[in-house]
Design a binder for this molecule. Structure first.
Ligand code: UDP
Ligand code: MG
Length: 328
């Protein structure tokens, strides 16, 4: 069986089209399937639309969160509840066309455990495209893992990789990174990313920055190393400068108009002071990013809380990062 996980946050205008196009595409799959719509605490009519679909089509199951927990939590919830031996993840806004899934499913059936999608063309503005382009390259450079370039959460996975992914206990889940982490046989297929079916992007700028930071901090210690190297280099340069100034003082020499015996240089002093205070704050901030995440993990709060489940008869096994209320 194939499971399709679809996170949706305020996507009321896309849900019905999604239902139609998925149902249409699924005819080509030639096997049984289920669709898990994850309503990430929407405050428009998304849940209502999902209810309508679930009532008429038992293949469409619904998980609804108690509030907005974010896209990565929604994907994680869907993956945990998926019962297929092959599982796909697509966006509710139809930017990842369901018609493409057949190619990915075939590749997976050929024996690949993870078939991830590489975006060739994006129909977004130049600022967003450039940011994504740079971000994925920086992430690849910083991360110890070989996280593929330009690959989002759109993918098809086999059961083995999915079970491994679901068993990872961390709560702050950068799914595309964890997916690389679990390993197995992975392959990328290119596709053209379409524009949105309806509405505005649900990732606000600050949510995107968060996601970006999660990707780097959760998968790399390099920012911490950089801070240390910076400190070492600056410390070393300061010693050299100290020796140089002492020599100039003792020999009463003027170098480039600078003579340490004549008290001047307020500007350079204050600039150096400000520069290094800034650097220290940045370093603290970087360390803080890590400590904050340690704090989050130690508190062990679930990554999401499910308020409503529709069309789920069976229970899924517990995962450490999940919580839920009673079934409806
Ligand atoms: N989404 C979500 N929770 C959020 C933000 C977004 O479940 O807090 C869903 C959204 O409904 C969509 C997918 O995540 O199905 C991708 O979001 P969006 O289209 O805003 O991102 P983009 O495609 O611009 O990267
Ligand atoms: Mg989108």
């Amino acid at each position: 069986m194939i499971s399709v996980v679809v996170p949706a946050f305020n996507e009321e205008d896309a849900i019905h089209v999604l239902h139609q196009r998925l149902t249409q595409s699924a005819k080509a799959w030639g096997e049984d399937y289920e669709v898990i719509l994850v309503d990430d605490g929407s405050h428009d009519g998304t849940l209502e639309k999902c209810r309508q679909i679930a009532a008429s089509d038992p293949r469409f199951r619904v998980l609804s969160f108690s509030r907005n927990f974010g896209h990565q939590a929604a994907v994680s919830a869907g993956l945990r509840y998926a019962s297929g031996d092959v599982v796909a993840v697509i966006d509710a806004d139809l930017q990842d066309p369901p018609e493409e899934l057949i190619r990915f499913i075939r590749k997976c059936r050929e024996g690949f455990d993870v078939v991830y999608a590489i975006r060739t063309k994006r129909k977004e503005n130049i600022f967003k495209r450039t940011s994504y382009f740079l971000y994925y390259r920086i992430l690849k450079h910083l991360s110890a893992l070989d996280i593929p370039l330009d690959a989002g959460d759109f993918c098809v996975m086999g059961r083995a990789a999915l079970d491994a992914l679901n068993s990872l206990p961390e709560r702050n889940r950068f799914v595309r990174g964890l997916r690389t982490y679990v390993g197995y046989r992975q392959v990328g297929l290119s596709y053209e990313r379409h524009s949105r079916q309806a509405g505005e992007p649900k990732y606000t700028f600050s949510k995107l920055v968060r996601l970006g930071a999660d990707g780097i901090v959760n998968f790399s210690y390099k920012p911490l190393h950089l801070v240390m190297y910076f400190g070492l280099v600056i410390g070393f340069l300061t010693i050299l400068a100290g020796v140089g100034v002492a020599v100039l003082y003792l020999t009463d020499t003027t170098l480039l108009g600078y003579n340490p015996r004549q008290v001047r240089g307020w500007t350079s002093l204050i600039l150096a002071l400000l520069f290094f205070s800034g650097l220290q704050l940045i370093s603290l901030g970087i360390i803080g990013e890590y400590i904050g995440r340690v704090f989050e993990e130690v508190k062990a709060r679930p990554a999401f809380i499910i308020r409503t489940k529709l069309n789920f008869e069976r229970e899924r096994p517990e995962a450490h990062f999940a919580a839920e209320g009673p079934a409806e």
